[in-house]
Design a protein around this ligand. Structure first.
Ligand code: ATP
Length: 596
């Protein structure tokens, strides 16, 4: 229930709209209650054969006016109350998204994307339903329910009590069935998610499936998932199929009681024929509030559970964030130093104050251990090493995507954990190993919200990344759409667009993770030349499996199992490090062979 504070500000902000929404809803309830009264007057006058055509017309007009007003006020309560629930939905979703954006990378390593999507869709929908339909069902259950019973009791108390006997069955039945329906509906949704994911995976991997001739197996697997979806749907239909007939049965049971006992009361002249007809109309009105009582408790329980889940995420503090006394960083030189840095993903959330808590078992799983290296402005550091050696991880630590577990990383002599996080990241251009493009145009992807850049700079960055000619050869040039609905780019094209994005940023620190892994030798050497030119005024760190890309680096480290095995210039390593020299010669032979 503590989570309720999450939606309180939205409800307080919209209190006037909620107030008028409830006024309209209660007006509709009241107007609905008036109609049986008008029918009663008309029937009583008709049975007494004491009515003129004019009076009959007047009753008809009353009912028509009530009908119109019900329509108008219903429109307004829906607009006001459901509108507020939509606004809460929008606010909560935005709040959740912006909070997720500030959570650290380690949070996303553990959280499942499917779960996050479910929070952003299902949980938020449950909260919206609990607020919107919850308010409506609760008001109708209390106001319409109590008023209808009052109107019925006014006609005949004994008959009212007898008629209400099947009503608790409607309340309990609705509660029981709506719980079951929700559970089965959730299973249907999960099965549907499986179908979508399975189809997506199969379409994405269609080339592999075809190449290995696995269409039949793929079909069988998909059929099984599809069958599961249908079975879950049929289970849901069984519940919904029995719910409505059962509710109609209980309602008809009350109708039978009214017909028999109410009819007798009419014969005995305890009530008038008009009262009898009105009673039947009230009976129709009371069914919904009874169902609402059963439904609203489930709605609120479900909404509350969802609110708790959203609240838990919003309460999760990012492991990496600014300290209260974080120092601003305006024009850094960009000198970087790793001082005895240790890191493990198992304790990515730990900071410098928690070294002692890391158990010995995890220490054996250090991804980086005792990394000690300095790099000053204008210098380039190359990193080489076998797959899984920790090269990418080392780069992640600089913009603080993860924090070191032991040791420190210094920027111009200050521990980066003491610097303002946005300022630190503002100094860095980073090209990750996996090139990532957002759905949009090539221009959007390169500018990356940096609208102030002129075409000349854009062109220069693209030329440096050896992608300019490719882009202008597309019929739409820089306005070519990429992503789901756009053209399909090759891995190398994507990689170069990501490089152009980084080159355009022109930041003092340049971090490149395997920047020429997906391009040919010639393109690779154009890019390497650009990096070399750019690196004169920057602090540059390049991870590369292609050692020729690092020839010009001032220093190169050979990383093995997270430890620096050797450090030196290209020439020094060729003489002193077996791994480096062997890899370099093998690649040289391969390159000569490819060129010939
Ligand atoms: P490659 O040359 O193949 O790109 P690398 O040297 O860049 O490899 P890293 O990607 O830094 O290696 O990975 C180092 C180790 O950390 C690997 O054992 C890897 O399995 C592990 N690792 C990487 N990312 C994560 C993560 N998010 N969570 C847990 N372990 C991870």
């Amino acid at each position: 229930m503590k989570s309720i504070s999450l939606i309180k500000p939205y409800l307080v902000e919209n209190r006037i709209v909620i107030f008028w929404g409830l006024v309209c809803l209660i007006t509709v309830d009241f107007l609905q209650l008036c109609i049986p009264r008008i029918i009663k007057w008309a029937v009583d006058d008709l049975t007494a054969l004491d009515i003129s055509t004019g009076k009959l017309l007047m009753y008809a007009v009353y009912i028509a006016i009530a009908g119109i007003l019900i329509g108008v006020f219903r429109y307004f309560w829906r607009r006001f109350l459901l509108g507020v629930s939509r606004r809460v939905e929008e606010g909560l979703r935005n709040q959740l998204f912006s909070h997720l954006q500030i959570l650290s990378a380690s949070y996303f390593d553990q959280a499942k994307t499917g779960d996050l999507m479910a929070h952003a869709t299902n949980d938020i929908m449950h909260i919206r339903m609990a607020i919107g339909m919850g308010m409506v069902a609760l008001t109708d259950a209390i106001i319409l329910g109590a008023a209808t019973i009052g109107f019925m009791a006014y006609i005949n108390i004994r008959l009212t009590v007898l008629v209400l006997i099947p009503m608790p069955l409607i309340i309990l039945g609705t509660r029981f069935f709506s719980k079951k329906m929700h559970r089965r509906y959730t299973q249907v949704q999960a099965a549907f998610a499986d179908i979508t994911e399975s189809a997506r995976e199969r379409f994405a991997g269609i080339k592999i499936i075809k190449a290995y001739n696995r269409q039949k197996e793929s079909n069988t697997k998909f059929d099984n998932i599809s069958r599961d979806y249908i079975e879950k749907n049929l289970k849901l239909v069984k519940i919904t199929g029995s719910f409505f007939p059962l509710m109609i049965f209980f309602s008809n049971l009350s109708m039978a009681i009214v017909l028999f006992l109410g009819g007798r009361q009419t014969i005995l002249r305890n009530i008038t024929p008009g009262d009898f007809v009105a009673f039947i109309s009230y009976l129709e009105l009371i069914t919904w509030p009874m169902m609402a009582i059963g439904w609203v408790t489930n709605l609120i329980q479900r909404g509350n559970a969802s609110l708790d889940r959203i609240n838990r995420i919003l309460k999760t503090a990012p492991h990496i964030q600014n300290r209260k006394d974080a120092r601003r960083l305006t024009a850094p030189d960009g000198n970087i130093a790793f001082e005895n840095v240790y890191f493990t993903y198992h304790h990515a959330e730990q900071n410098e104050t928690t070294d002692k808590r890391i158990p010995d078992d995890d220490i054996r799983r250090w991804v980086l251990s005792d990394v000690d290296v300095q790099l000053s402005k204008g210098k380039t550091l190359g990193i080489v090493g076998p797959p899984g050696a920790g090269k990418s991880t080392l780069l992640y630590l600089i913009p603080r995507l993860y924090d070191v577990c032991r040791g420190r990383i210094l920027m111009d002599g200050t521990d980066i954990r003491k610097l303002h996080l946005e300022d630190l990241r503002f100094q860095i251009s980073f090209v990750p190993q996996e090139p990532f493009l957002f759905a949009g145009t090539i221009r959007d992807n390169i500018l990356f919200e940096n609208e102030s850049v002129d075409d000349k700079r854009l062109k220069k960055a693209c030329k440096s990344a050896a992608i300019y000619d490719t882009i202008i050869n597309f019929s739409q040039g820089f306005d070519t759409m990429v992503g789901e609905k756009g053209i399909i780019l090759s891995g190398g094209q994507k990689q170069r667009i990501c490089l152009a994005r980084a080159f355009l940023q022109d930041k003092p620190i340049l971090l490149l993770d395997d920047p020429i892994s997906q391009v040919d030798l010639e393109t690779g050497s154009v890019i390497t030349r650009s990096i070399k030119n750019m690196s004169r005024e920057k602090t540059t760190i390049i991870v590369s499996h292609r050692l020729s890309a690092l020839n010009f680096a001032d220093r190169i480290i050979v990383l093995t199992n997270g430890m620096i095995q050797a450090i030196g210039s290209h020439e020094q390593l060729m003489k002193t490090n077996d791994y480096y020299a062997k890899t370099y010669r093998l690649q040289e032979i391969e390159e000569t062979f490819n060129a010939s």
